[in-house]
Write a protein that binds this ligand. Structure first.
Ligand code: BG6
Length: 480
């Protein structure tokens, strides 16, 4: 649609910034913290582990002061489950862990920064994997609820926005170690997904029961799915893949039932999760107040019937579109035999690490709002690059500014088209350790001086994007 005039960003729009505990905190074994599966992840060659990260655990005051200088209205961070319950299900919570997040929250509030708290960002306590296989067991639902309740009771007087689970949807779709352990087959994978989604639903209901005035939502990774061609079979494949990628968690949580076509596909293969009595009631009672989502660009899918050779990114496409290795890895993950597989979309610009698809953000916002009819907030969006300080201590990240500019403009158009968007958080507000690719892949608006192999002094520097975002916030999105 073309527009003659755009609406302003709403007053009180939450201009935020995001991080996740294991990617920033460090202090991996301090103050009684237990181990999570992220602590035990073996880094790829040359990449650092998460033991020190950017030492946010000790430097949070300095970091939050920088966020305040930028003018942030909200800070999205996650709580590490094994900091609160070292084994995931101990009899009593770890007071030192609880105290740490008290301090972080209070520091945010000191500067009028709204804390947006993610309850679970990949950090399944290792002990729960050993004890019962993590999300494989329905015991995880009770343990997650108990952990969430402790957080609601402790911080509910100060935290008004809660996010249950970061990207639970894609963890299920991609499977693998991020779910916490080896998965036997698709039946088990989708059962883990069901348990994880039920855990979110239960925590949402507990939140409403304990804190009737605060808001809670899920935080999936969502994107518009484009058909690879106008061939009706590809158009349908794109829709089917959307059911798998986001419908499988969002439909139960936000509508109270699983997507019917997906269920039929599962049933034919005997992959459908076992639904116990009361599960569908639990979904219906979740009643999330908003939907938070992470956005990194659209996916383009073609039909992928069984028995057909898998699409591989060819050398000429790699050269023609300057496709990165990281992108090829990502493409390889986005597939499901019998439904769809991803292909390169020549209309979308390739970045160093990821694609740049701002219009897809508007399409995603529109799509989510039409489907679920709840207020939306973007909890991650950003571009990574390998960066170094100039001799005078600067980082000229004009590519990041351009990336964020283009995405924020699309947010404004979406708002003008009626979407209820109440916040935007770049990923990441400060350099963090990438989940799989170490510290050379930087996303932040604040530079942290360390490398994969050398911790240096972990000094913080303002990148050019820091000053640019500060002006965006100061003018409430007028000067993008
Ligand atoms: C999201 C995660 O999937 O993408 C973040 O929520 C992650 O934790 C971000 O850091 C970027 O991905 P990566 O692999 O570059 O760290």
């Amino acid at each position: 649609m073309e527009h003659k005039k755009l609406m302003k960003f709403p007053e009180n729009f939450l201009w935020g910034g995001a991080t996740a505990a294991f990617q920033v905190e460090g202090a991996w074994n301090e103050d009684g913290k237990g181990l999570s599966i992220m602590d035990e992840q073996i880094p790829v060659k040359g990449a650092t582990d998460f033991k020190v990260a950017i030492d946010h655990y000790h430097k949070y005051k300095e970091d939050i002061a920088l966020f305040a200088e930028m003018g942030l209205k909200a800070y999205r961070f996650s709580i590490s489950w094994p900091r609160i319950f070292p084994n995931g299900n101990d009899e009593n919570p770890n007071e030192l862990g609880l105290q740490h997040y008290d301090d972080v929250i209070n520091e945010c509030l000191k500067y009028n920064i709204e804390p947006l708290v993610t309850i679970f960002h990949f950090e399944m306590p290792s002990n729960l994997i050993k004890e019962y296989g993590g999300w494989k067991s329905r015991r995880s639902i009770e343990d997650f609820d108990r952990y969430s309740r402790v957080l609601f009771e402790r911080y509910g007087d100060r935290v008004k926005y809660w996010l249950t689970n970061n990207e639970g949807n894609t963890r299920i779709v991609f499977g693998g170690p991020m779910l916490g352990n080896d998965i036997k087959d698709n039946k088990e994978r989708f059962q883990m997904g069901h348990n994880m989604t039920l855990a979110q639903a239960k925590a949402m209901a507990s939140c409403h029961e304990i804190l009737p005035n605060v808001k809670i939502g899920s935080a999936p990774s969502v994107t518009i799915i484009y058909p690879a061609s106008p061939d009706p079979i590809d158009v349908l494949a794109a829709r089917d893949y959307d059911l798998l990628r986001s419908g499988l968690t969002l439909d139960p949580l936000y509508k109270g039932y699983y997507p019917k076509a997906l269920w039929a596909f599962w049933e034919e293969r005997n992959w459908e999760p076992t639904i116990e009595e009361g599960d569908m009631e639990t979904f219906k009672n979740a009643k999330p107040d908003f939907l938070a989502f992470n956005y990194y660009g659209g996916h383009t899918m073609k039909y992928y019937p069984e028995g057909v050779k898998e699409y591989k990114v060819s050398q000429d496409i790699i050269e023609k579109y300057n496709v990165s290795k990281s992108f090829i890895n990502k493409i390889a993950r986005e597939k499901q035999v019998g439904i769809a597989q991803e292909v390169v979309n020549s209309h979308i610009q390739q970045g160093e690490y990821r694609i740049n698809d701002p219009v897809g953000l508007r399409a995603t916002l529109r799509d989510l709002y039409e489907k679920y009819n709840v207020p939306l907030i973007i909890t991650e969006n950003g571009c990574a690059s390998s960066e170094e300080l100039t001799v005078d201590g600067k980082v000229h990240d004009e590519y990041r500014i351009k990336y964020l500019q283009e995405h924020i403009k699309e947010c404004q158009i979406a708002i003008s088209e009626g979407v209820e968007l109440f916040g935007y958080c770049p990923w990441s507000i400060i350099d963090v350790i990438s989940v799989k690719e170490g510290f050379n892949k930087r996303y932040g608006l604040i530079y942290v001086d360390r490398t994969d192999s050398d911790l240096r002094e972990l000094k913080r520097y303002r990148k050019d994007s820091f000053y640019w975002y500060k002006e965006v916030i100061r003018t409430n999105g007028k000067n993008i």
